[in-house]
Ligand binder design. Sequence first.
Ligand SMILES: CC(C)(COP(=O)(O)OP(=O)(O)OC[C@H]1O[C@@H](n2cnc3c(N)ncnc32)[C@H](O)[C@@H]1OP(=O)(O)O)[C@@H](O)C(=O)NCCC(=O)NCCS
Length: 321
Amino acid sequence: MPWVVRDAVRDINRMVSRRWQALDRLLPDPAALPAGCGAPLAVNGDNGRLAGLGICVHQHIPAESLNQTWGAADRFTLVPRLAGQDVAAPADALLSQWRDHLAGIGAARGPDTSASVVWPSQDITGIRALLRHGLQPVTVIAARVRPSGPPPAPRGAYGVTIRAAGPADEEQVTDLELRLIRYDMHFGGPVWRAATARLVRAEIRASLARPATWTWLAERAGRAVGLIVAQPPQDAGWITGMTSLAPAAYLQTMFVDQQERGTGIGAALVRHVHAMLDGAGIAVTLLHHSQVNPLSAPFWYRMGYRPLWTSWEARPASALR
Ligand SMILES: CC(C)(COP(=O)(O)OP(=O)(O)OC[C@H]1O[C@@H](n2cnc3c(N)ncnc32)[C@H](O)[C@@H]1OP(=O)(O)O)[C@@H](O)C(=O)NCCC(=O)NCCS
């Protein structure tokens, strides 16, 4: 990277860092920008000085990766760094440049593509620009900080026991996980692929074979009615950089059988896992939920989570305008 660009990135990162800390103390220091597909997109403010940068990252997710189930096969992501109190104008200018950049890329015109921007949820001044460019808020990364006071007494659900899952539970865990994916597909996030069921089962088999699996089942009369899966900090490195606190864990899966919802099973599972995480000194727990899932947002916010990042997406990528 030429020194002029390197200095500009450093100055912008410094300003963005101050801005993010003022918005939300759980945001991290803006990481060094990733290597993108070309030179950074740059926008100037009214005073002619650099007001923001953006890097476009192209990713092709192969069919043999479970990651392809979580979104489009070809993903174009803008990583923005915008300075100033109000980022509406530089966000608008940056998104216009990005749209023009993607319009010149053949791979961005296919049906199985997405254009996305992960935006601090508290950074409200750029939201109208995101909407104007055809982006929709699809998923939220929510966070729960370990409470400082004594933990609430664990509360069970009547007639339900919670236990760690093991290799013999592969069938039940796979069934609940696939039902969660099918449920979440209503909200425009996951895509059912030819390999989804096979890859989910393989991942579950490998994870249940580990000595300490972070997978728990809720059972009523011997039948699995709820599932929760967490990732310890050493497995959650792919997302822990999204927050300033460490160590961070990730809640990967939460599902309760439809007939059993609203009876306290979800809360019992979450409290069970929170007691373990808090006891292990985990400072913050992150999770993804769909912005428009009518069950998950109210549930997670009752359980002590709040929004940290919102992922804005145009799918296909050509819907960016
Ligand atoms: C989200 C889900 C796991 C909640 O499980 P549940 O067993 O129904 O939740 P509980 O009965 O334990 O409810 C716990 C608390 O949240 C509240 N709550 C649960 N769902 C709610 C909703 N949709 N709206 C408002 N409050 C809700 C309950 O009233 C209860 O509050 P209380 O502590 O004051 O009694 C369940 O609805 C589910 O499996 N949904 C489909 C899959 C899904 O969305 N998973 C999350 C993906 S991120």
